[in-house]
Design a protein around this ligand. Structure first.
Ligand SMILES: Cc1cc2nc3c(=O)[nH]c(=O)nc-3n(C[C@H](O)[C@H](O)[C@H](O)COP(=O)(O)OP(=O)(O)OC[C@H]3O[C@@H](n4cnc5c(N)ncnc54)[C@H](O)[C@@H]3O)c2cc1C
Length: 410
């Protein structure tokens, strides 16, 4: 594993950096006004970021997962709101289609998403089904030539702006959960923006109501009954994206805290000369490095899974070999990526929240203001220990993976 940036990666991250700088002022303003930054999509679309890890066959840049993760890391410096937009659009949106859609579905849906004409999201969670999506009550009925979907989802990222949503529901007759590609302009869908959030104020989270919404038969992903399998595989990408964004949060906190410590004087010298402040600075640096390597390693492992699927073509030609776990290579690679993603997300999200807390302490009262960057990181990163798998559940998952299936306690 070599995580030194290549020239190509450096060039792309420079473009991401430039776009981040261009939207910084508008993002800060949008945050105060609690609205979507309307410069976000057009600016990042210019550099292809809306299809960064998606194959060039569908209009994406075709970058590997590590390059995408490095881009999210830089974007995370601008705030977890912007990074969350990309997690929803790409990591648990487009990448679900890239991994699970058949060729016709990919050709129909992906090209619009890589150019920003269609924004994506992932609708799994329900009011009574959060950490345990297997208890979902949204259901679908097979009406012969189409499905009809009913139920309610909540907290869905990009929910009010998404054009295409992967959505999960159970068969009303068999109870099995399936995944669907849903055109959000279909009749029978209502969305309502979720207000009153304490952070992530430029992300559009929504409640989504499906009232007997018609879904074309060809919009089912993979096979009926594979919904949770697909959702859990999507969460591998979601978790790695949260870990990457968390690194960015910590990098920005370190930059802000370092600058402040070098200029703010108390008791006759700058704060940076005080050993207790140096303790905070050193611990932030340690948190960044440890999170970075866990996240890059998880991305590397996820790339191996992707490469295996691409080279063996098991996805499109032989669903069974992938789905019934008789394909041991696939299962081993997926289990490893799953575990490493959970570890990276757990570690980096906790580290980012603690880091933002430290940074506010370094800033004192100057950090305790809505327009301070470190305060925004503090409020935003609080969500990162909850979504894409709450951290308690991730710990149980990691332990069960080590102890064996019989020890699964959730
Ligand atoms: C900002 C934000 C954005 C989100 N975006 C999306 C999205 O785009 N799409 C989507 O589908 N969902 C999204 N979610 C939902 C998110 O995935 C859920 O909030 C998360 O899975 C936790 O579910 P819950 O909130 O219902 O909490 P609960 O499941 O009720 O959990 C509450 C607490 O109990 C703990 N807990 C649960 N089970 C156990 C157990 N067995 N043992 C020990 N502790 C346990 C949890 O760790 C947590 O601390 C988002 C949520 C937030 C806050």
């Amino acid at each position: 594993m070599n995580f030194e940036r290549s020239i190509e990666q450096n060039n792309f991250i420079s473009k991401v950096d430039e776009s981040c700088r261009k939207i910084r002022d508008t993002e800060e303003q949008a945050y105060l006004e609690e609205k979507l930054n309307d410069k976000l999509i057009p600016e990042f679309n210019k550099i292809g970021m809306l299809g960064c890890p998606i194959s060039t066959r569908y209009g994406g840049l075709g970058y590997d997962i590590l390059t995408y993760i490095m881009a999210l890391e830089r974007i995370g410096e601008e705030g977890s709101s912007i990074r969350t937009f990309f997690s929803a659009h790409t990591s648990i949106g487009q990448m679900v289609l890239q991994s699970w859609a058949n060729e016709e579905q990919k050709e129909k849906f992906l090209p619009k998403t890589t150019t920003g004409k269609s924004i994506m999201g992932f609708a799994l969670t329900e009011p009574d089904a959060g950490s345990d999506p297997s208890s979902m009550t949204s259901y679908y009925e097979d009406e012969g030539d189409h499905y009809v979907l009913s139920g309610k989802k909540h907290w869905i990222g990009n929910g009010t702006i998404a054009d295409t949503m992967t959505t999960y529901a159970r068969d009303k007759v068999t109870g099995k959960i399936s995944a669907f590609i849903v055109d959000m302009k279909s009749p029978g869908i209502d969305t309502s923006e979720m207000k009153n959030k304490i952070g992530l104020l430029t992300v559009k989270n929504a409640e989504i109501y499906f009232h007997k919404c018609t879904i074309p038969k060809e919009n089912i992903l993979s096979l009926p009954g594979q919904g949770l399998n697909i959702a859990y595989s999507a969460l591998i990408d979601g978790r790695i994206s949260v870990a990457a964004g968390s690194i960015g949060v910590m990098v920005d906190c370190l930059t802000e805290s370092t600058n402040h410590s070098k200029t703010r004087k108390q008791h006759g010298s700058v704060l940076g000369r005080k050993q207790l402040i140096q303790d905070h600075i050193a611990k932030i640096a340690i948190a960044i490095e440890s999170s970075k390597w866990l996240t890059y390693r998880a991305a590397h492992s996820r790339q191996k899974l992707h490469d295996y699927v691409e080279t063996t073509k098991i996805e499109n030609s032989d669903w069974q070999s992938k789905l019934n776990r008789t394909n041991t290579d696939y299962s081993t690679l997926r289990a490893q990526a799953d575990r490493l993603a959970a570890i990276a997300k757990f570690h980096a999200s906790n580290a980012a929240f603690n880091t933002a807390n430290r940074s506010i302490q370094i800033f004192g009262s100057y950090g305790y203001q809505k327009n301070s960057r470190v305060a925004r990181h503090f409020l935003d990163s609080r969500a990162t220990t909850i979504y894409e798998g709450a951290n308690e559940v991730l710990k149980l998952k990691i332990a069960a993976d080590i102890l064996g299936r019989d020890f699964k306690s959730y």
